[in-house]
Design a protein around this ligand. Structure first.
Ligand SMILES: CC(C)(COP(=O)(O)OP(=O)(O)OC[C@H]1O[C@@H](n2cnc3c(N)ncnc32)[C@H](O)[C@@H]1OP(=O)(O)O)[C@@H](O)C(=O)NCCC(=O)NCCS
Length: 165
């Protein structure tokens, strides 16, 4: 991981990005061996909170919304569930975290993309939203993600009736 550039205020997306891998067990799945969507969503929420907390530091991070998520392929008992997450966009107290979900067949090493999710988290202090570190954008990819995240956030807030259409 790259170290922080402390001469600039803010943090790079690379400083908070995270990956977790969990073996799926019988308790995670239905009787036919398909992992429940709710189990996957739990880990999506967990890793998004972890990334946001890494970025925000000393504050309580909560999930404000999760955009529509499609489950592209089944995940089975015995698969490794691999979640990767990074920050796309930071507004003031709110942050958009993109989560990618893959399933690995541990017998063959084959990996499938099974879903992606966009999670909005909000940093709180004493229960009130608090401004977090700005996001330092390193290159074109970071800038593209930021601008796309910004447009999605505007749409999200319109849909939630928080800003006028
Ligand atoms: C999310 C929450 C803190 C927002 O509180 P609020 O009183 O509406 O606060 P504000 O209007 O000041 O909004 C705070 C920020 O949240 C953002 N926000 C609020 N609702 C949002 C939504 N539905 N989607 C995206 N962003 C949202 C606002 O745009 C604002 O962002 P900004 O500071 O970057 O400009 C509040 O709704 C809450 O506590 N919800 C429950 C969270 C929770 O318990 N999650 C599950 C457990 S982690």
């Amino acid at each position: 991981m790259q170290s922080a550039n402390h001469s600039q205020k803010g943090k790079w997306p690379d400083e908070s990005k995270s990956e977790i891998t969990i073996m799926m067990l019988a308790s995670d799945a239905n009787p036919k061996g398909y992992v429940y969507a709710g189990v996957i969503l739990k880990y999506v929420d967990l890793i998004a909170g972890l990334v946001a907390k890494r970025h925000a530091g000393h504050s309580n991070v909560v999930t404000a919304s999760i955009d529509r998520m499609t489950f592209l392929k089944p995940v089975y008992i015995g698969n490794a569930l691999i979640l990767s997450a990074r920050l796309n966009y930071v507004k003031r107290s709110s942050m958009e975290v993109e989560v990618t979900v893959e399933a690995e067949n541990l017998d063959t090493g084959e990996r499938d993309l099974t879903g992606t999710a966009l999670v909005t988290t909000v940093a709180l202090e004493h229960g009130k939203p608090i401004e977090v570190n700005p996001l330092i954008l390193k290159g074109d990819e970071d800038k593209k993600r930021f601008h796309e995240g910004e447009s999605r956030m505007i749409n999200r807030l319109k849909e939630a009736g928080r800003i006028s259409r």
